[in-house]
Design a protein around this ligand. Sequence first.
Ligand SMILES: N[C@@H](CCC(=O)N[C@@H](CS)C(=O)NCC(=O)O)C(=O)O
Length: 214
Amino acid sequence: MITVFGEGRGFRVVWLLEEMGIPYRLRPVDLLAGVEKDAEFLAVNPAGFIPAIQDGNVTMVESIAIMEYLMGRYGPTQLAPDPRDPAFPAYQQFLHLGEAGLAASIYFVVGARNYAPEAQRQNWSAGQAQEVFESRLGLVTRQLARSPYLAGETFTAADISVTYALELAQRGGGVTLGEAERAYVARTGGREAYKRAMETCQATKAWAAKAAGQ
Ligand SMILES: N[C@@H](CCC(=O)N[C@@H](CS)C(=O)NCC(=O)O)C(=O)O
């Protein structure tokens, strides 16, 4: 049985597992309570960030790498187009842009806006991270003008990667998405596997509900 440690970007992994119909269990990790108190998790990832997975004797971190591992090991799956498929380059690009360009930058904006001391909420680095997020978001907007999903006509893991980043930006980063992105998130978030993942990820569900009520 695969164990997923932590929500946050672990939501991507849980969603992918639900899409693929692979059994797993979620082991919550409460970063706000202080990861240093969670010795069992630190034994899995001494660096103390989430998500991590354990699959037999395999231990991994990095949500995009974990998704690629799961699709490679338990595929083939339509979530990952074949490298010879015309959809592959866009798939590969947006799979990584969802983390490296979008989530990694907006994550620090979310931190500054919600957790930084009052005087540091408008700091220069948070402004730079916001600009980086917005410039990469422009590539998503352009792609959505061409096709319903980021790799074309079919939903792929690139959509899991980017949807997570857009929802993070909306819920905690103060970002107002445009009409095309909102329709896209409604489309990807309407999937049954997404809904099952949300039921598994109760902390994410509570956070989403709180953000929607604000
Ligand atoms: N690039 C990593 C980012 C992991 C990450 O920053 N996770 C956050 C929560 S979603 C975290 O654990 N932050 C606390 C820390 O980095 O110490 C991934 O995609 O898994």
